[in-house]
Design a protein around this ligand. Structure first.
Ligand code: SIN
Length: 331
């Protein structure tokens, strides 16, 4: 853990988890052939000024490529955010993270913490060793948001744009401005260190929708929720295999839930839909989420499978897992 020797003030804590922002390449010009999660968070902050009146503090929570995100990292990250936010002199927390599963982590943290102070996830599309890395500016912008009086909830800051955890999605494989907030639009912008909001912060204190962090912290086994996709020529075979495994298996391979990545307004190929209805009848929790990048599923009373509204399939999966955790262990 590193605490910089700056004059006393409110603390902003930076938690490192890895990602391209902490990526290292052999050649400085190489923005593709690098290893994510190599540069320590203290090193990422070496040339970064703390926002006026704040002290920076760094802690390495994980050091991974976020494609390999695991529940244990989420558990630890949520616990560390919660512990730091409880300190009266901590203004907010910044989390450095890979871009690939950033939206899942943001949604998870918002769901279990609904923090009354800001938790700001940031990232980079170019490694730390790049000739012109984007990480340092993203970190500065994230720090500005974390130090903003009145800011709250989990946000993502990338390329000067502030996104809410509920709406943010990675939408580009390469561009530095790789995230979007769909229909909702961004929460605001960071311009030369100044935060300009165009809509409200994500969180009202006490607005937590899912199980509290203490329930997550002690969790030994997470529910198993798989995502299946509806597409041209879809079949129900995979779902049937998962359900038959579940019905015959011992606890570790049991299936708790399925998210169907559905077409358009939550529609499913008839063969997949039939299998999902069989899964639901067998006691598996089934939710439909749209594959569309924007919009939400408009509910229809005749639908036999519930829908996830405007959540993407990966976020609907997180929501379903948290719902199953809140419901307690199955008999
Ligand atoms: C990662 O998600 O950890 C690697 C990719 C990235 O950060 O852009």
């Amino acid at each position: 853990m590193l605490e910089t020797s700056k004059p006393a003030g409110r603390r902003v804590v930076v938690l490192g988890t890895g990602g391209t922002i902490a990526g290292r390449a052999r050649a400085a010009g190489d923005n593709l052939g690098y290893t994510a999660g190599e540069v320590g968070v203290a090193e990422l902050l070496a040339d970064v000024e703390a926002p006026p009146g704040t002290i920076l503090l760094a802690e390495q929570v994980a050091q991974i490529d976020s494609k390999d995100m695991e529940f244990a990292v989420w558990q630890r990250l949520a616990q560390r955010c919660d512990a730091w936010l409880a300190q009266p002199d901590v203004a907010g927390v910044v989390v450095t993270h890979g871009t690939d599963t950033l939206e899942e982590t943001a949604f998870f943290l918002q769901s279990v913490l609904a923090p009354g102070k800001p938790v700001v996830l940031t990232c980079a599309m170019r490694p730390a060793t790049s000739l012109s890395p984007d990480g340092p500016q993203n970190v500065r912008d994230a720090l500005a948001v974390a130090a903003t009086p009145g800011a709250s909830g989990v946000t993502v800051v990338c390329a000067g744009v502030i996104h809410g955890a509920h709406d943010v999605q990675k939408v580009h494989t390469y561009r530095l401005d790789a995230f979007a907030s769909g229909d909702a639009g961004p929460i605001g912008y960071v311009e030369e260190g100044a935060v300009r909001c165009v809509r409200n912060w994500p969180s009202a204190p006490g607005g937590r929708a899912y199980p509290a962090i203490d329930l997550i912290a002690g969790l030994a086994q997470w529910p198993r929720v798989e995502i299946v996709t509806s597409h041209a020529g879809a079949r129900g075979t995979l779902v049937d295999i998962l359900v038959s495994e579940h019905l015959s298996a011992s606890t570790p391979s049991r299936l708790d839930g399925l998210v169907a990545a559905a077409t358009g307004n939550g529609t499913l190929h008839h063969a997949l839909e039939a299998a999902l209805l069989r899964a639901q009848a067998a006691g598996i929790a089934v939710v439909r989420a749209t594959r569309c990048a924007e919009g939400r599923i408009l509910a229809h009373p005749s639908a036999g499978l519930r829908d996830a509204g405007d959540l993407t399939p990966v976020k609907a999966r997180v929501a379903l897992m948290l719902e199953l955790i809140a419901a307690g262990p199955r008999s």
